[in-house]
Design a protein around this ligand. Structure first.
Ligand SMILES: C[S@@+](CC[C@H](N)C(=O)[O-])C[C@H]1O[C@@H](n2cnc3c(N)ncnc32)[C@H](O)[C@@H]1O
Length: 367
């Protein structure tokens, strides 16, 4: 309930702030604490059905009193009560905003919505915006290096976890399940024993395309926290050499923890600077296959990374394009003749995807 309230207020911030602002009569914004309390009240009223309206109003008033905004308690009370009375009209207003002012109605940055409407049309953009605002399920990938799908499912029957099978074209259905856990995932014995990894099925697609084979040498250039590296190791049957690299050395610790928990032995972590060093040598080491799971705006995973929409900007996307292009150039130096490079992002923006590839191919043609 608490996390739903926090996530919901972040997701729907622009719409909730619009509902606050239209009652302000041109006055200045509320104090930060009051604004947050109003958002929480409105979110519960319009998006959660578990809290009776009288209870949420009195909770918000108490919060104002206990959070140094006692002077605003009367205002919070009157403000929320008016919305309780006008609940039906406000629902209609929200539906109208979702049709005609998409960035407010679906609570996304204006510039991003404009890009998506241009690219996907209004209906396509609305579907994407609505998807981004729906809570994301949790998935488990079974670790075949330690167990099998049926064995792990049997064990789960004795743990606080429910599951259902998941079918995708690019993965064996035995390997995937959607899970609901009523305790922290890391407290489960099956998790501690490394029998599964929490991972969205979409993240496995680039590894399937990479098609790593046992005995090969593979470089994962941007590997932290290790989701794809660990799946690469599984597909290599833990045989061969897998270098998991990243610019962030602290996050490489997490790759090591994950790979140890999953019982992987073919993986070795290396900071990005070490890869640069290897490539600068007289006879640089080269790899059969390289994955570049590039740092990106994450505009394609806003459903899961709920704060991303309020952090990304056009300028940042342009900067990311440069980093992504640089990584592709680095991979080109490190791949064996006839080897394979897979470039993937979690972004929907062409600047981070096809524009990077086109620039790379154009440059390669002229060499
Ligand atoms: C999308 S995440 C990788 C997710 C990872 N492949 C997984 O499946 O768990 C991108 C990673 O790129 C790393 N990164 C950013 N700039 C980098 C660079 N110039 N060289 C190498 N890694 C970089 C970030 O630290 C981040 O961990």
């Amino acid at each position: 309930m608490t996390s739903e309230l926090i996530y919901g207020c972040i997701r729907w911030k622009a719409l909730l702030d619009h509902l606050v602002a239209r009652r302000q009569d041109g006055k200045k914004r509320q104090k930060a604490a009051v604004q947050v309390i109003l958002r929480m009240g409105l979110y519960q009223l319009f998006f959660m059905d578990r809290v009776p309206s009288h209870a949420l109003v009195s909770e918000c008033v108490n919060l104002a009193k206990s959070r140094g905004a006692a002077g605003a308690a009367g205002f919070v009370n009157a403000f929320l009560r008016q919305y309780v009375r006008e609940q039906a009209e406000t629902q209609e207003l929200i539906a109208e905003l979702q049709e005609n002012k998409l960035h407010i109605g679906w609570s996304h940055p204006d510039w991003l919505v404009n890009e998506w409407v241009k690219r996907y049309g209004k209906e396509g953009a609305q579907r994407l915006l609505s998807w981004n605002n729906s809570p994301a399920p949790i998935f488990a990938r079974i670790n075949r290096l330690k167990s099998t799908g049926p064995t792990v499912r049997k064990l789960w029957e004795h743990e606080p976890i429910t599951f259902r099978d998941v079918q995708v074209d690019w993965c064996d259905s035995e390997d995937l399940a959607e899970i609901k856990v009523s305790a922290p995932v890391h407290s489960l014995d099956s998790f501690k024993r490394g029998l599964f990894y929490v991972q969205d099925p979409s993240t496995l697609l680039s590894v399937k395309v990479l098609d790593p084979q046992p005995g090969e040498s593979i470089l994962d250039l941007c590997s932290a926290p290790g989701g794809k590296s660990c799946y690469i190791a599984q597909r290599m049957e833990d045989k061969g050499k897998l270098i998991a690299s990243d610019i962030d050395e602290l996050r490489l610790n997490v790759v090591r923890e994950n790979s140890e928990r999953l019982g992987i032995t073919c993986l070795e972590t290396q900071p990005a600077s070490a890869i640069d060093h290897i490539l600068a040598g007289e006879q640089p080491m080269t790899f059969d296959r390289i994955l570049i799971d590039a740092p990106c705006s994450n505009s394609g995973v806003i459903r899961r990374r709920i704060d991303v929409r309020w952090r990304i900007s056009k300028a940042e996307i342009a900067q990311l394009h440069e980093t992504q292009f640089g990584l592709l150039m680095k991979a080109a130096k490190a791949v064996k003749k006839g080897g394979i490079i897979v470039y993937s992002t979690c972004s929907l923006e062409p600047e981070e995807n096809e524009h990077v590839i086109r620039r790379f191919l154009k440059r390669s043609e002229t060499r």
